[in-house]
Write a protein of this length. Structure first.
Length: 505
């Protein structure tokens, strides 16, 4: 498989972009390394201003919230200058569009940001961008996106890379807390009434619910800590409907201050947990989704995705992100590209079959194989696994992360090294076997080429008639030794094959 990689010049000459997101609960600045299919956040800061607190009952943005927001926006203007960013998108959502003093605030925000244009998003537009964000960050999503902010809940259908129908409901955490008079019992009735009139929920039955928004991320983080989940990356975290229902019930029965692991949730967001849980619990009861997947990609990433041309949108975000890391961190970026082809030729020559998902994971593993070569040898194995699992990689679920992490570790440690066999129960027996085989193949490549280009294309390893054959041209004949033969035999043992090393002409 050919990877269309950006040139080294393109990576070094990237132009960062930034988004200022003025929400009902928080005001945030996110700066990205460049506008492409896998934008990497290079700076991320938020201020919890509770701008929308009281809008439902008073009709106005709160004065303390406005003051906090303007302080944050002035800081963000200076930060974009420090970062050298000239392309800044500014968006505002539910609180600013619903408040009677919203226009006045947006004028002040415009001035605080040094004259940047502020785009006030309508409910349908916010829903559309949330869906595009999920499409940009989740591999082939199919389900309903639910973006829960401080002022509203946007629900919108995604299928086959397309955005479908959507709806906006006034069920954001701050709005719900305000409308219910801080009464969870009253909040339940408000949510039930709203969902009774929401026909979209029937389209979620048996499909995936993609949860976007800080309150739901906080709920998921709480669940992660309570269950001692082995991966700390929030994007792609998946919960069953049963797990979500149990979590919602626990929060409904407890004061936030006494919840286990509550310290992992920002204190300013804790009062909203109960209202987010109420919305989620009612949604589960009525829509009965297959699973809930947390997406950290939402409106902001949707805006960036929308700005791309059609060809760039078709790029695989996982492979592009892996390519960028390969370009920046490997001894030779071209080695990763050669390793993709070299392993592909070998796999194709065997009886092994690859699904499209297995192939893209193999390609990503090859591109990431050298990103931690500078680490001390005593730490390189385990640290390589940690570097990969913690990398900001879009378009991959947690099982995929575990696969890449295992390959990255075993590529240095050797496949006989003791690693957790089923970390968190995320990897199937087939995936574990594939990770071992790929790591063993990569160990042969590493001893042949030492991470440098130009060797692998001339030293093929192929399978034919029940035998693995490695062919070395005469100028590389000196590479043959017991260590190389031992690694080839390890691959052969995993595949129950014989071994032959040929010295070519």
């Amino acid at each position: 498989m050919t990877i269309n990689s950006p040139s080294l010049h393109a990576v070094s000459a990237r132009r960062p972009v930034a988004i200022v997101d003025i929400g009902s609960n928080s005001v945030r600045l996110v700066a990205y390394d460049e506008l492409d299919r896998a934008p990497l956040p290079m700076f991320n800061e938020k201020a919890l201003c509770a701008l929308g607190n009281g809008v439902v009952t008073t009709g106005k943005l709160s004065k303390p919230g406005i003051e906090k927001a303007l302080v944050a926006l002035r800081r963000f203007r200076v930060m974009t200058e420090i970062l050298g960013i000239t392309q800044v998108y500014v968006i505002a959502t539910a609180a600013a569009r619903d408040a009677t003093n919203g226009a006045e605030f947006l004028k002040a925000a415009h001035e605080a940001l040094g004259g940047e244009t502020v785009m006030l998003l309508s409910g349908p537009r916010e829903a559309e961008l949330s869906a595009l964000g999920v499409i940009s960050g989740v591999y082939k999503p199919d389900g309903i996106v639910g973006d829960l902010g401080g002022g509203s809940l946007e629900l919108i259908d995604v299928r086959n890379g397309q955005v479908g129908a959507g709806v906006t409901l006034p069920l954001g955490g701050l709005a719900l807390m305000d409308a219910s008079g801080r009464s969870p019992k009253a909040a339940v009735k408000i949510v039930r009434d709203a969902f009774t009139r929401c026909e979209m929920l029937s389209a979620l039955h048996g499909r995936t619910f993609y949860a976007v928004g800080g309150t739901w991320r906080a709920l998921a983080k709480l669940h992660m800590m309570q269950t001692k989940y082995p991966v700390r990356v929030m994007h792609g975290y998946t919960l069953s409907t049963r797990q979500c229902a149990e979590l919602a019930d626990l929060i409904a029965r407890s004061e936030p201050s006494v919840l286990p692991s509550i310290e992992v949730v920002n204190s300013a967001r804790r009062p909203l947990l109960a209202y987010g849980a109420i919305v989620l619990d009612e949604l589960l009861r009525r829509a009965r989704p297959k699973e809930i997947v947390i997406s950290t990609f939402g409106v902001r990433e949707g805006l960036l995705y929308e700005a791309l041309d059609a060809e760039k949108r078709k790029q695989d975000p996982l492979l592009l992100a892996a390519t960028k890391l390969n370009r920046l961190l490997s001894r030779s970026a071209h080695f990763g590209d050669e390793l993709v082809r070299w392993t592909g030729h070998f796999i194709d020559s065997t009886d092994l079959t690859e699904t499209p998902e297995e192939r893209r994971l193999r390609d990503a593993a090859c591109l990431l194989s050298e990103i931690n070569w500078r680490a001390h040898p005593d730490y390189r194995g385990h640290d390589s696994g940690n570097a990969v699992i913690s990398a900001q990689l879009p378009g991959i679920d947690h099982a995929g992360r575990m696969f890449l992490s295992r390959v990255a570790s075993l590529r240095y440690l050797g496949i006989d090294e003791s690693l957790p066999v089923t970390p968190g129960g995320l990897l199937s027996p087939r995936s574990l076997e594939r990770a071992n085989i790929l790591a063993a193949i990569m160990r042969v490549a590493s001893i042949l080429a030492a991470g440098m280009p130009g060797v692998l294309p001339r030293t093929p390893m192929l399978c034919a008639k029940g035998r693995i054959t490695v062919t070395l041209p005469k100028e590389f004949a000196g590479l043959m030794n017991d260590r190389l033969l031992s690694r080839v035999k390890q691959v052969a043992k995993l595949l129950t094959l014989d071994v032959e090393v040929k010295i070519g002409s």
